[in-house]
Ligand binder design. Structure first.
Ligand code: GAL
Length: 655
């Protein structure tokens, strides 16, 4: 378990580098990530490279024993390149206007000019530093799906999409017309050259067309990224290659596909900035306690996904050290939270946590974003917490390969998110929030959770939960049957074909082999118009999304709607939840199920979370007051104790 930092030597006078490097070492940092936005300084104009400053920066860091993570600078193509090849700029799909130069990520994944130039600069840098003894690893680009840049409405994107459709539908335009249902509203095409992007139409475009465009756009990103990974691997033998992902549930790229050629996934953790956006629907009285901490399950939700995407340990490449600048509101973390988030990342499978950034920069877009140091070079609030991390990490004996072992898995994937975004059926369904609600309920019971794709092996699990899986491969159903897991599927699951049409046997389609029910109708309702849900003799809430179920003989009713009709049904090892519910229902429901499945659950104080990694159990108190953990968690405490202070962490080897 190691620490690192993101550093921008090009932002500071060279006279400061030496002291920076020395202080980084003293602070216990081992890794320094550099270079991801430095293209204009590396290649000052076409073909003219200036590497001497970067050589010296690396040397300065290396002399202090620091290891460098080098990046390809492709998130920021410089002005001279844009002027030379204007088709690099992407086109906004909502307005049809070209997105301009002057920030970052201003490139179109379908621009052949950009593809070539991005691979050229990656090659030049990888050739120069690939074998450098102090460059231990590489980061590709930067947050490749961020700022809505996966989709472009450009001419080059349209031409590439037409080619993608040709390949996908084996050069048979009738096949495409039938698959999409283009006879509806006379949308039929006579040849692939007529195909439009599904943007800027008068009203809603065909959902199948939209899904194809999303798949195509994701494939373009993966193709670009894979080519870059290949270049780095060619020139940088025995170095790791990673990418810093943004939250994995909020992306237009298939993360499982993006991660497949990486050594491990990295994640950029901004719990407060992201919470401000994710929980904006939450009433103030619920949100306020977490305003400076983030929701207790919010960071770990992303950590567990990061571990899941490549099915191994991950890194945090950027950790928020203080207020950020880009959310709707940017509070400071409570004292102790930078340490807590760092430990929580390690506990959920991180091998390294890097802080963003070393020093607050006085100029340009992120001048209000905190660093470990302030722009006058004084130590900012996070400094003391990183120091504490250094000392605590040295105290405990960790085995790096210790895995998190979960008996519960959540099935996730980009297709599911895309389907729910394309086919909204009202305003009350939000895929991320639905998935988070299921995850949070499981975590509140102290259960460790893995995130898996439909292709993943299910045999390690006792409980597999698919909060939303509209498109289901038959192979997944077979796997569930063979693995003998208990499967819980949420509403909308199994409802669509691979081309986003209704399944012929009614939802949940192929899942009917496991739970013989039929969804007769679907309604969406306002979030503030919830209705009663009866379960285990108590009353809960059904809300937002409600399906009418018809049950075959032998299917049991687990919960009912206000009108007595079935809301949750079960057949043998499979349960179908036909509605969205309140959070307390999920908690009670999983408690009952976990007891039946013999999964160990805990009764934790509110805002305390527990997770086990290897031989240690990690405890976190997100509350602003002290709390004591239950007696099952007694053992040898290697950090802290069973009495947790506000925003505190403890580590115990259970008796
Ligand atoms: C990240 C990004 C960084 C920086 C940071 C600010 O998403 O990768 O470059 O912008 O946000 O919080």
């Amino acid at each position: 378990m190691m620490l690192g930092v993101c550093y921008y030597p090009e932002h500071w006078p060279e006279s400061m580098w030496q002291q920076d490097a020395q202080e980084m070492r003293q602070l216990g940092l081992q890794y320094v990530r550099i270079g991801e936005f430095a293209w204009s300084r590396i290649e000052t104009c076409d073909g003219e490279y200036s590497f001497e400053w970067l050589d010296r920066a690396i040397e300065t860091l290396a002399n202090e024993g620091l290891q460098v993570i080098m990046c390809t600078p492709t998130a920021t193509p410089p002005k001279w390149l844009i002027d030379k090849y204007p088709d690099i700029l992407p086109v906004d799909i909502k307005t049809g206007t070209t997105r301009g130069f002057g920030s970052r990520r201003h490139y179109d994944f379908s621009s052949e000019n950009y593809f070539r130039e991005a691979m050229r600069i990656s090659t030049v840098i990888a050739e120069r530093y690939g074998k450098h003894p102090s460059v231990c690893g590489w980061q590709t680009d930067n947050e490749i799906a961020c700022h809505d840049t996966t989709h472009s409405g450009s001419l080059v994107a349209k031409l590439a999409f037409q080619q993608w459709c040709k390949d996908y539908y084996q050069n048979d335009v009738e096949k495409l017309n039938t698959a999409w249902g283009n006879v509806f509203w006379s949308m039929e095409y006579q040849n692939f050259e007529q195909i439009e992007l599904p943007i800027l139409a008068v009203t809603e475009t065909n959902p199948a067309h939209q899904l194809a465009y999303r798949r195509f756009s994701s494939d373009q990103v993966v193709k670009f990224h894979d080519a870059m990974v290949d270049i780095i691997r060619t020139h940088a033998p025995n170095r790791f290659v990673t990418h810093n992902f943004i939250p994995l549930v909020d992306t237009q790229t298939d993360n499982f596909a993006l991660a497949k050629n990486l050594d491990f996934v990295s994640y950029d953790n901004y719990p407060l900035g992201r919470s401000d956006m994710f929980f904006k629907h939450m009433p103030a009285e619920q949100f306020k306690p977490y305003m400076r901490t983030g929701h207790p399950d919010f960071s770990s939700y992303s950590f567990d996904q990061s571990r899941g995407v490549s099915n191994k340990n991950f890194w945090v490449m950027e950790q928020q050290p203080g207020p950020v600048n880009w959310a709707h509101h940017n509070p400071r973390p409570e004292k102790g939270m930078v340490r807590l988030w760092s430990w929580q990342a390690f506990a959920h499978g991180a091998d390294c946590v890097c802080y963003f950034r070393w020093r607050q920069v006085p100029f340009a877009q992120e001048q209000m974003h905190a660093g470990i140091k302030r722009n006058d070079n004084s130590k900012a609030a996070a400094w003391a917490e990183v120091e504490q991390m250094r000392d605590e990490l040295a105290k405990v004996d960790f085995t790096i390969s210790d895995p998190v072992q979960a008996k519960v898995a959540i099935v996730t994937g980009a297709n599911s998110q895309w389907v729910t975004e394309i086919e909204r059926q009202g305003d009350s369904y939000n895929h991320q929030r639905v998935e988070f609600a299921y995850y949070s309920a499981l975590r509140q019971l102290g259960l460790a959770v893995d995130f898996v794709s439909v292709d993943h092996d299910l045999t390690p699990y006792a409980l597999v939960v698919a909060p939303c899986l509209p498109i289901v491969p038959q192979a997944f159903v077979d796997k569930c049957q063979q693995a003998k897991v208990h499967l819980v599927i949420g509403p909308r699951s199994g409802s669509k074909t691979d081309e986003l049409s209704l399944v012929p046997t009614l939802a949940p389609g192929v899942f009917q082999a496991l739970v013989p029910v039929r969804v007769l109708s679907t309604e969406t309702i306002r979030p503030d118009c919830s209705e009663v849900l009866h379960f285990n003799g108590a009353k809960f809430e059904s809300q937002c999304w409600r399906e009418e179920l018809e049950l075959a003989d032998g299917v049991n009713v687990v919960a009912t709607y206000h009108d007595g009709n079935p809301a949750v049904a079960r057949h043998q090892n499979t349960s179908y939840v036909a509605t969205l519910t309140c959070d307390i229902f999920l908690l009670e429901y999983f408690k009952t199920l976990a007891t039946e499945l013999d999964l160990t659950i805990l009764t934790l104080p509110k805002d305390v979370r527990v997770v086990q990694r290897g031989q240690y159990t990690y405890l976190f108190n997100y509350a602003g007051y002290p709390q004591t953990v239950p007696s099952e968690l007694q053992g040898q405490y290697v950090l802290g104790s069973a009495s947790l202070a506000a925003y505190d962490v403890a580590i115990v080897k259970l008796a």
